[in-house]
Design a protein around this ligand. Structure first.
Ligand SMILES: Cc1cc2nc3c(=O)[nH]c(=O)nc-3n(C[C@H](O)[C@H](O)[C@H](O)COP(=O)(O)OP(=O)(O)OC[C@H]3O[C@@H](n4cnc5c(N)ncnc54)[C@H](O)[C@@H]3O)c2cc1C
Length: 258
């Protein structure tokens, strides 16, 4: 990026590793899941987020994330701060309604992940701030999630389409549903498909409801064409992801198996 002059040459490089011992954790306190921003993806994979069905999407993201070497070193805070539509933890954390703690020498503030993101590589973070923690409410029982990433191969992929799906069931009914994609509207950043969520909430995931959800997504989503693929193909794959993601989350809730 620097070599191609797509970002300016930084005047200083700051090594965050001395903060590692304080900002590397996954804990659940008073119904809130807290992840330290310097927690690596590998450390997350050793935590309860990869064992509890309510967080199943974390396992999906990890399995398709870059290479093992990257998973050992990349931090969840770095993935979020990168702020691209290919930042997989952003897409997933949007469906958990995550919040970020931003800290600087002048104080601490908390913002939602959604308001943090402005556009590709543009966020509301100030030059002197760090993301120190990611948090979200512990989901109720009867909840699970799924993350789907489509590409022409399985690994080291950016994803032609990525989607995250969060579902809470009450009996046969969908009590809560949250859906995010790598891109929903014009902004090249992950976002929630709220209109599609409205088409699913309170209903049973029958074939007709899934079809209705697909047509809601078609009305809500604006896909783009680029050298990778066409907007039409992206939209088709988004609808397929939606269907598969919702059904996978539902299956996980009923089977208890990730
Ligand atoms: C081959 C390859 C494959 C990849 N595959 C994937 C993939 O499948 N999915 C995916 O999502 N990404 C992928 N990536 C992107 C990359 O691995 C991630 O974005 C990574 O998580 C960055 O984390 P890091 O800790 O290394 O951050 P860094 O690279 O060190 O930092 C990234 C940016 O975030 C800033 N930053 C870092 N930590 C903080 C903080 N705590 N507070 C504020 N700013 C901060 C840095 O200043 C920098 O601007 C891939 C990258 C490569 C090279």
């Amino acid at each position: 990026m620097i070599r191609d002059r797509r970002i300016p040459v930084p005047r200083f490089l700051v090594d965050l590793s001395p903060l590692k011992k304080d900002l590397s954790y996954v804990k659940i306190e008073n119904g809130v899941v807290r992840i330290g921003a310097l927690t690596t993806l590998w450390e997350i994979s050793r935590s309860t987020l990869h064992r509890d069905i309510r967080y199943a999407g974390f396992t999906d993201v990890f399995k398709k994330f870059g290479t093992m070497a990257i998973r050992f070193n990349a931090t969840i805070g770095g993935n979020i701060a990168s702020a691209t539509q290919y930042s997989d933890y952003i897409t997933l954390l949007l469906v958990y309604d995550a919040r970020l703690r931003l800290e600087s020498a002048s104080g601490v503030r908390e913002v939602s992940l959604e308001e943090f993101l402005v556009d590709k590589r543009t966020t509301i973070i100030k030059p002197n701030e760090l993301i120190t923690e990611i948090s979200f409410r512990e989901p109720p029982s009867g909840t699970s999630s799924a993350f789907i990433k489509f590409d022409r191969r399985e690994l080291i992929i950016a994803g032609i389409v990525t989607g995250a799906f969060y579902l809470t069931k009450e009996g046969e009914r969908v009590k809560d549903v949250r859906i995010a994609f790598d891109m929903v509207k014009e902004r090249r950043i992950p976002g929630r498909a709220r209109m599609t969520e409205e088409c699913v909430i309170g209903k049973t995931l029958s074939e007709s409801v899934l079809r209705e959800a697909e047509s809601c997504l078609e009305r809500e989503m604006k896909r783009i064409s680029d050298w990778w693929t066409s907007d039409e193909y992206r939209l088709d794959m988004s609808k397929t992801s939606l269907r598969r993601g919702l059904l996978l989350a539902e299956k996980r809730i009923s089977s208890g198996v990730i």
